[in-house]
Structures are given as structure tokens and as C-alpha cells.
Write a protein that binds this ligand. Structure first.
Ligand code: SAM
Length: 206
């Protein structure tokens, strides 16, 4: 299982953003939408062993986390507008139905009220990896097992308190290369590295 936790420090949990202007009406939810695509989708398929958490914490009084499960998600299309529409509809349902534990609101898509505190109990013994430009080179990292959780920030990076919390929990700080990349590109490099290590044994279902 590869899990990706994307923290949207500015992203709003309101469904009232405009699909024709996502960046300036949602707190840069567009960054998370593209990260979702990179973490979950391949050409003509879904990574069935990937799970993505989008932490929408732009409004401190209404923090919501969405969980999208590659094993169960249906009708996912790769374009930004379709994925944003799925998020918009899920957030509309979450406004009345979400609780402090994850509830499935669409096939493979769940929501919970709360941020990282609702994600951490789901991770079990997964190896925690924090993606950061100045971390150790991902290429030289020896992963233990194949239950891995990667944390990435939005355009503002990972919040310092979360970074400290993860390091206190033993997270490895990993870099995918010398350049500061867009979040979705950093995730694509992670998948690429793990795909290469896994060789031809892995296939993605359409
Ligand atoms: C656009 S970067 C954040 C920019 C910059 N760190 C800041 O705080 O303004 C978004 C996220 O992508 C990930 N990222 C970007 N470049 C990376 C790299 N070279 N190695 C690992 N992660 C990277 C990190 O998780 C980062 O928080």
C-alpha cells in the first residue's frame, strides 16, 4: 500500500468554489487536485494499491479530510475539472454527513471532520516518509516493507508543527531531487522510484 497525505494549508473545505476558477476561489485546491491525480492515476488506469488523503485545513473552524481509495474508487477521470467536481460534490455531502471518523460518501471516497488527527490512526504500522527538498535522497533510501505513507505540502510546504510531529514519530525525511518541485511532480517521482524497484511485477487495473 502506498499512501499519500497532502496537506492543503490554504485549501477550503467549502464546496462553494468555482470550477472555472479553482485556484482563487478554493485556497489553491487545484494543487491538491493535481496531487490526487498524480498519486492515484496512471494512463488509462487507477493505482489500486494507492490511497490519498487530502487535508483541507484552510479554514481552521472547518477542517475536513478527504480519503480517496484506489481499490474502491470508480469513474475517476484524469482531468482537473472532473476531479475537482468529484471533490466539490463530496464536500457538499460532507457538510451535512461528515463526522470525526471517515464516512464513505461516494464510491471509494470518504470524508471526516478534522485534519491530521483523523489520518494518523488509519496508518497503523505504515512507514512514515516526509517529502521535503532538503531531505535524504529517496534513491538511496532502504524502505522497510511496502506499507509506506508519504506526506507532502501544498505550495506553502508542510506546516512546521506537523513536520515536528512526524519526525517525533520517526518519519524519514526524503528528497526526490535538488529542485523544489510542484507537489504533484514530487509524488510522480516517488511512484516512479517505487515502480522501478518493483519491476514488472506491478500492473495497474483500468
Ligand atoms: C511547491 S513545494 C513547497 C515549496 C516550498 N517548500 C515552500 O515551502 O514554499 C510543495 C511540496 O512538494 C514536495 N516537494 C517539492 N519538491 C520536493 C523535493 N525536491 N523533494 C521532496 N519533496 C518535494 C514537498 O512536500 C513540498 O511541501
Amino acid at each position: 500500500m502506498r499512501r499519500f497525505v497532502i496537506v492543503g494549508s490554504a485549501a477550503s473545505s467549502s464546496p462553494n468554489f468555482l470550477l472555472q476558477d479553482i485556484p482563487s476561489t478554493s485556497g489553491r485546491l487545484d494543487v491538491l487536485v493535481r496531487a490526487l491525480r498524480a498519486a492515484l492515476l496512471v494512463s488509462h488506469g487507477v493505482r489500486r494499491d494507492a490511497r490519498v488523503y487530502l487535508v483541507l485545513q484552510g479554514d481552521p473552524d472547518a477542517v475536513v479530510t478527504l480519503r480517496v481509495d484506489g481499490a474502491a474508487a470508480k469513474y475517476l477521470r484524469p482531468d482537473e475539472r472532473s476531479l475537482a467536481t468529484l471533490i466539490k460534490k463530496t464536500l457538499a455531502l460532507a457538510a451535512s454527513q461528515a463526522t470525526s471518523s471517515f464516512a464513505v460518501l461516494k464510491p471509494g471516497v470518504a470524508a471526516a471532520r478534522g485534519g491530521i488527527e483523523v489520518v494518523l490512526p488509519e496508518l497503523g504500522g505504515s512507514a512514515l516518509c516526509l517529502l521535503e527538498e532538503t531531505g535524504a535522497d529517496l534513491r538511496g533510501h532502504a524502505f522497510v516493507g511496502d506499507d509506506l505513507t508519504f506526506f507532502a505540502g501544498d505550495h506553502t510546504g508542510l506546516p512546521a508543527p506537523l513536520r515536528a510531529l512526524l519526525i517525533a514519530r520517526g518519519a524519514s525525511v526524503l528528497s526526490v531531487g535538488p529542485q523544489s518541485l510542484h507537489t504533484e511532480d514530487a509524488l510522480a517521482v516517488v511512484h516512479n522510484e517505487l515502480d522501478r524497484r518493483a519491476g514488472d511485477a506491478r500492473r495497474c487495473d483500468a
